[in-house]
Design a binder for this molecule. Structure first.
Ligand code: DQA
Length: 142
């Protein structure tokens, strides 16, 4: 199995940004944790982060025919991006939406997710372990 992990804007600043919402783990530590988890499970993984909506759309388009599943934290683009929703619908790759914080327990505007309708599951508020849960779900249906 080949999984693509996609992270949107400001996720590269994990550890620094709003630790009360996102914890103290750095982005590099998150990537290492994902890689170790996938290695243990015999899953091939690629990890990509961008602060640019179009780069994320490109990554989803390019995943077609290359990846079996996507774990996507669109970050702020969750709440704004029809382009990401359309890209996910276009490629039809099973995708789990992940949020480190509990988006439903924060500001009203964070409750709306445009990408959700193209995702098979949403994991929100489980910290960075949510990425591992999403990987387990996509690889084992758990
Ligand atoms: C986030 C939640 C979003 O509302 C926010 O814009 C982010 C991160 C999360 O992982 O909890 O940047 O997706």
């Amino acid at each position: 199995m080949n999984i693509l992990i996609l992270n949107g804007p400001n996720i590269n600043l994990l550890g620094l940004r709003e630790p009360e919402h996102y914890g103290r783990e750095t982005y590099a530590q998150l990537v290492a944790k994902i890689q170790a988890h996938c290695e243990k499970k015999g899953i091939s993984v690629s990890v990509f982060q961008s602060n640019h909506e179009g780069a994320l759309v490109d990554a989803i388009q390019e995943a077609h025919g290359k990846f079996d599943a996507i774990v996507l934290n669109p970050a702020a683009y969750t709440h704004t991006s029809i382009a990401l929703l359309d890209a996910l619908k276009a490629v039809g790759i099973p995708t789990v939406e992940v949020h480190i914080s509990d988006v439903n327990a924060r500001e009203e505007f964070r409750k709306k997710s445009y990408v959700r309708e193209a995702c098979v599951k949403t994991v929100s508020g489980h910290g960075t372990d949510g990425y591992l849960e999403a990987i387990d779900f996509l690889s084992e249906g758990e």
